[in-house]
Design a protein around this ligand. Structure first.
Ligand code: G6P
Length: 370
């Protein structure tokens, strides 16, 4: 335990605990005093440009790509503009269809990822307006982008990204609300309602961190397995993908994230007695559907942990083996809470296996070569 780790055993744990501050700092000054409007004075994009946006492409790598998967749903729901999300190494070589009415959003903690930077340039050369969401304002990506929204997560040292990802989620919600304000796709009341829920997130994360021991116990159980699955629908699927990546990166346990409804098209064949399945079940519009998918894996012997809201724990415990409750929030904001449970899960699984949590084998914090 060293001073630079703020009394924590690892940077990753410190950074997980810094998330309430990262959320607050990323929102600071971007919500007006009455809590009714988003203000992003740093944007150079004019209202006219915003009104002319026809489509949005979100480009990133790794964890930032997973934030982009959440960003897609957030923006589509709030602004009703079609959004696609792609990994930068694919995007840059697929001759992307963009023009001056395309908004390209690149997401990068470091602002130095080679593929993301190349994708930014590819989009710009085709006439797109490029907005960067980045944690490093002096980075190459911040310099080259037409617009920048800084995440204020502070320096992230652990290779496995945590507070940068969640700050990116906050940035996407702020941006989505801002675009909705300009384009009139959300009422003032709806915007104020979402902003209030966003401002409650830091305290909600704090309350989750106090329950870390419950996650630790489960992490120790799964650390004895070689394969496991994460399932979910909608935003829960996006979070499942991030949870699976986090676990792989630092525990080296093989896991797959699956859209719950897609399991029966193949992956269900891999479910056998005792295999752990982590089911994210926060999206209430598809909750019943997710429950039927949980029953499908249970029937094949899976050992299921559900991550859901308190009010669903009791009914869900009829179908699952264990449940972890997260604080209640709006559907679009649930990733900012549920992912914290998965970060802790990956951390404690890695710890139980005795791996180097902050510096996993074969991985680098920032990938500046192709
Ligand atoms: C590396 C890191 C990941 C990160 C990815 C993208 O693979 O290990 O944690 O998500 O790069 O990095 P960026 O800085 O562009 O967000």
């Amino acid at each position: 335990v060293t001073a630079e780790k703020g009394g924590f055993e690892h940077f990753m744990l410190k950074e997980i605990h810094e998330q309430p501050k990262a959320y607050r700092d990323t929102m600071l000054g971007r919500i007006d005093n009455e809590g009714k409007r988003v203000q992003l004075p740093e944007l150079k994009m004019t209202e006219e440009q915003i009104k002319n946006i026809r489509n949005i492409q979100i480009i990133a790598c790794g964890t930032a790509y997973h934030a982009g998967l959440v960003g897609r749903t957030v923006i589509e729901q709030l602004v009703r503009i079609p959004v696609e999300t792609d990994v930068a190494s694919e995007y840059r070589y697929r001759s992307p269809i963009v023009n001056k009415d395309t908004l390209v959003i690149v997401v990068s903690q470091s602002g130095e990822t080679a593929d993301t930077l190349a994708a930014l340039r590819e989009a710009q050369s085709n006439g797109a307006h490029v907005l960067a969401i980045t944690n490093v304002v002096g980075s190459s990506i911040a310099r080259d982008a037409d617009d920048v929204i800084a995440t204020l997560a502070g320096p992230e040292i652990a290779v496995a990204s945590t507070k940068a990802y969640t700050s990116q989620l906050i940035a996407f919600n702020l941006l989505g609300l801002y675009l909705a304000q300009v384009r009139g796709t959300q009422t003032q009341d709806e915007i104020a309602h979402t902003l209030a829920a966003m401002q409650a997130l830091p305290e909600q994360v704090e309350s989750m961190l106090k329950q870390a021991d419950a996650i630790k116990g489960y992490a120790e159980q799964i650390s004895k397995h070689q394969h496991l699955f994460f399932i979910g629908r909608g935003l829960d699927y996006a979070v499942a993908q991030e949870g699976s990546l986090k676990l792989k990166e630092i525990s080296y346990i093989h896991s797959e994230a699956y859209a719950a409804g897609e399991l029966k098209h193949g992956t269900l064949a891999l479910i056998e007695d005792g295999i752990p399945v982590i089911a994210l079940a926060t999206q209430e519009n598809v909750l019943e559907k997710t429950v039927s998918n949980i029953k499908e894996v249970k029937a094949r012997g899976a050992d299921v942990l559900a991550i859901t809201y308190e009010e669903h724990v009791a009914p869900l415990l009829k179908s699952v083996d264990q449940a972890f409750a997260i604080p209640k929030t709006l559907p679009l904001l649930s990733p900012a809470l549920s992912v914290v449970a998965l970060q802790l899960l990956a951390y404690y699984a890695s710890l139980a296996l005795g791996h180097d949590v902050d510096k996993p084998r074969n991985l680098a914090k920032s990938v500046t070569v192709e």
